[in-house]
Design a binder for this molecule. Structure first.
Ligand SMILES: Cc1cc2nc3c(=O)[nH]c(=O)nc-3n(C[C@H](O)[C@H](O)[C@H](O)COP(=O)(O)O)c2cc1C
Ligand code: SF4
Length: 448
């Protein structure tokens, strides 16, 4: 029989949002909003009950792939290896996404409590937070909260360490993240085995130190699931995608920003109501969920924001970052920018990945520059298709889903660019966020 967690009295009839209205800036403020109750409850309960509750809640990883969190935890918890680790992935490097940084700014205590519960549930020897060293604001927030929580004896002695990592996009890839924690470079290790089988600091092949890697938002969900129960968590969202998700919306909308909504909410509501819709006089042209999936077109706006529904239209929810373009945007430039980002970030350990993504980028550059023709389109498609061969990680697969979808969907726009470049005056840029001003709903982007 599946173990059940004892029910707890909650004062609210609604699931507590992950994003508080006001930032939580002290342990007292966190405690007064129910902070700490979940960890206390977890520590008084056998770990398998905690894992069962997370499974029952149906929480799916918010780092991009939507892997069921409870299953990942169970796999590590049931492994006979005596040494296990937990890693919180706070590397957030996907263009169009800022939700993990926002969550760490708004409530670092919730994340730390989630980490402590996860570490207890899987019997981790230690927990690491892998975070880019450029994330000054978030590092300061986490360090302040961590020191307050440790001083107050809040974290039950579970050791939590920050690993400050490089700017590379691959730092967020789980096998590269483990390399960085071990003191190496942000390059995915060769192992075909995922971290939950072959984990951190393996010295002896008989002890694989299985390691759970979870995203910031995934772990931030844990305290409310344990405190309020799986049923309450499932009161939001859909059957296969329960709970809420923090969506980032950027690009040609009136109110760019971060919005926490129930999963299952139509994409149209996110774009047109919460993000204010497309600017006056313009029409929606294309939406991208980060740089990991195929383009989403305006006729799919009624799709529910749900892992499976977005997959069923040939795209994906990714990490919930939606980049929106209106009809003034050049899709030739967008394809080139996205391709260039992925080829630059490819570490080159797998020949086909570096060659294929570079080939695609070079030929798309000829098209934007006015010297390209149909052959360049073919070479771009060929490069993208060949990139995922012998790949250690998912990056070239992202390219092969994303870039050809733009080239094929906007084929006539590419044709118009043959031998003359883009007709659009507008210079497109890669929406890689570095800051967000909540008061003015403004993102700041990395240059270049
Ligand atoms: C190129 C690449 C970059 C990634 N970057 C991130 C990242 O910045 N943050 C993140 O949580 N997951 C990222 N991921 C996904 C992680 O590898 C991993 O699936 C995730 O951290 C698991 O957490 P979850 O189960 O809670 O979703 C990336 C994957 C790839 C292929
Ligand atoms: S697939 Fe590409 S990015 Fe991933 S490890 Fe290989 S070369 Fe590096």
């Amino acid at each position: 029989m599946t173990p059940t967690l004892p029910r707890m009295q909650t004062t609210s009839r609604h699931l507590t949002p992950l994003l508080p209205v006001r930032s939580v800036r002290s342990i007292e403020a966190y405690k007064s909003a129910g902070g700490g109750q979940a960890l206390a409850k977890a520590l008084a309960t056998p770990p398998e009950f905690i894992i069962a509750e997370v499974k029952r809640a149906g929480l799916r990883g918010r780092g991009g792939a939507g892997v069921p969190t409870g299953l990942k935890w169970a796999s590590v918890a049931h492994d006979p290896c005596p040494t296990k680790y937990l890693v919180c992935n706070a590397a957030e490097g996907e263009p169009g996404t800022f939700k993990d940084r926002f969550l760490m700014r708004k409530n670092p205590y919730q994340l730390l409590e989630g980490i402590a519960i996860a570490a207890y549930a899987i019997n981790a020897r230690k927990a690491f937070i892998g975070i880019k060293k450029s994330f000054y604001v978030e590092i300061a927030a986490i360090q302040r909260a961590l020191s307050e929580m440790v001083t107050a004896g809040f974290l039950a002695g579970i050791p939590i360490e920050l690993t400050l990592g490089p700017e590379d996009y691959l730092f967020g890839e789980e096998k590269a993240l483990l390399e960085v924690i071990e003191g190496g470079e942000a390059m995915p290790r060769e192992a075909a085995l995922p971290p939950y089988v072959l984990g951190l600091f393996v010295r002896d092949p008989s002890q694989l130190n299985p390691t759970v890697v979870n995203n910031v938002e995934t772990l931030s969900n844990i305290p409310r699931i344990i405190r309020e129960g799986a049923e309450m968590f499932r009161s939001c969202g859909t059957r296969s995608s329960p709970g809420t998700m923090v969506f980032t919306v950027s690009g040609d909308v009136r109110r760019p920003g971060l919005y926490e909504l129930s999963l299952g909410t139509p994409l149209e509501e996110l774009i047109n109501e919460h993000a204010g819709g497309i600017k006056a006089g313009r029409r929606l042209k294309a939406i991208f969920s980060g740089l990991s999936n195929a383009v989403i077109l305006p006729d799919s706006l009624d799709t529910p924001l749900d892992f499976d529904a977005l997959q069923s239209i040939g795209s994906g929810i990714g990490s919930g970052g939606f980049i929106v373009y209106d009809d003034s945007a050049s899709m030739v430039q967008v394809a080139q920018l996205f391709s260039k980002f992925l080829s630059t970030e490819s570490c080159g350990q797998c020949t086909a990945c570096k060659l294929g993504t570079t080939q695609a980028t070079d030929h798309l550059l000829k098209l934007t520059g006015g010297t390209g023709n149909e052959l360049d389109v073919e070479y771009a498609l060929e490069g993208s298709a060949m990139a995922p061969q012998g790949n250690r990680c998912y990056l070239p697969v992202q390219h092969s889903l994303l870039v050809p979808s733009i080239v094929r969907t906007f084929a006539s726009e590419f044709q118009r660019a043959f031998n003359r470049g883009c007709s659009s005056e507008r210079r497109m840029f890669l929406p890689k966020m570095i800051d967000f001003d909540e008061a003015t709903h403004t993102f700041r982007y990395a240059e270049g």
